[in-house]
Design a protein around this ligand. Structure first.
Ligand code: GYE
Length: 342
């Protein structure tokens, strides 16, 4: 009997401890997970589709958007990198729709081919903000707003700077041979910047493009294209390199260094570039790059403002262009570059 009751007491204690353990575990587990869910439910979810990470400019855009949509401000940002393929971006948008995000922010790799997936987002009632590059769709109501650059204005600014530089030269009427390194074909950035050069060629019969290829906005491609251009047309037949972003300019400059070709504002080949990242601005200040047209990647705050307004039920402008300027070595100082964020 004695042994029996001892066993019984021990078993009951064990049971009690076990029950307590299970209940407390269950309780804390449930409590913390339901708290997380509550917190998560309060966050506004934004799906951000980037075309890739081809340039430091794009990394700056990603950072700017991420810094704007933080949990402290009540947002959850889901970031997706399309690895330089439109198909991947379309899949990423479909994933956002399945996840029932509150907003989609899309930086489209090219302008066309978005009608179907944007119709799906619209049918799901998810507002889409297009940023950086724009889209061309049959029905403008497929997206809520666009925030980004005026690429036509950027291209025109580059050409105007080049024209004014040439007008100061002694032999102002001489033929001008241009190497044109294009960005991703069909992207707004390429179309706007190439368009300005094309118009300039029509206006100046003595301007010629002696070599043209697509550099995909990367340094590696820029270098490859410039190496081939130097071999095929020769440095003596190149006066200007029109690079559609800084990465391509860095690549073209590397190719010229390798070949021992001189470049710069004062003598040699003139390099024209877009983005005006700080590294490139230093090169511009030092005279290695002749013209830098700014493309502002700090678009996060603009998108944040738009979404905040939409949250309040306010109307937003369909198009917002970010502020941009352009530079030559005459309007750059080290202090100015130091203060800049990109
Ligand atoms: O110039 C380039 C980037 O779309 C404005 O894409 C953007 C361009 C930018 O890769 O560096």
């Amino acid at each position: 009997m004695k042994v029996h009751s001892k066993k019984l007491v021990l078993a009951s204690i064990l049971l009690l401890v076990l029950t307590f353990f299970i209940v407390s575990c269950g309780l804390t587990g449930k409590k913390s997970s339901s708290l997380d869910e509550d917190e998560e439910q309060d966050l506004i979810v934004v799906g951000f589709s980037q075309p890739g990470a081809e340039s430091s400019w794009r990394v700056a855009l990603t950072d700017s958007v991420m810094e704007s949509f933080t949990e402290e401000r009540g947002y959850k940002l889901i970031y997706k990198d399309g690895k330089s393929k439109q198909d991947n971006q379309i899949k990423d948008i479909r994933t956002f729709i399945q996840q029932d995000v509150d907003y989609i922010v899309l930086s489209p790799i090219v302008e066309t081919g978005w009608d179907t997936v944007l119709s799906e987002a619209k049918a799901a009632g998810i507002p889409v903000i297009i940023c950086d590059r724009n889209v061309v769709v049959e029905n403008e109501s497929l997206y809520t707003a666009f925030v980004g650059s005026d690429f036509k204005a950027e291209g025109d600014a580059a050409i105007a700077e080049l024209e004014s530089m040439l007008s100061l030269e002694e032999d102002a009427s001489k033929e001008l041979n241009i190497v044109h390194i294009q960005g991703t074909i069909g992207s707004s950035a390429q179309l706007g910047r190439s368009g300005a050069l094309e118009r300039a060629l029509e206006k100046h019969p003595d301007w010629k493009v002696t070599y043209e290829a697509c550099g995909e906005f990367t340094k590696a491609k820029g270098r490859e294209i410039m190496t081939t251009a130097l071999e095929e047309v020769g440095p003596e037949n190149i006066d200007v390199i029109y690079c559609e972003n800084d990465e391509e300019a860095y690549g073209a400059i590397a190719a010229m260094n390798e070949a021992g070709v001189s470049y710069g504002s004062d003598s040699g080949i003139k390099v024209i570039s877009f983005d005006a990242m700080n590294t490139a601005l230093v090169m511009c200040m030092e005279g290695q790059i002749s013209v830098e047209v700014e493309c502002n990647p700090l678009q996060g705050p603009y998108i944040y403002k738009l979404i905040s307004r939409l949250e309040k039920g306010e109307a937003v402008p369909k198009i917002t262009y970010v502020k941009e300027q352009h530079f030559t070595k005459d309007n750059l100082t080290a202090q100015f570059i130091e203060k800049r964020k990109f």
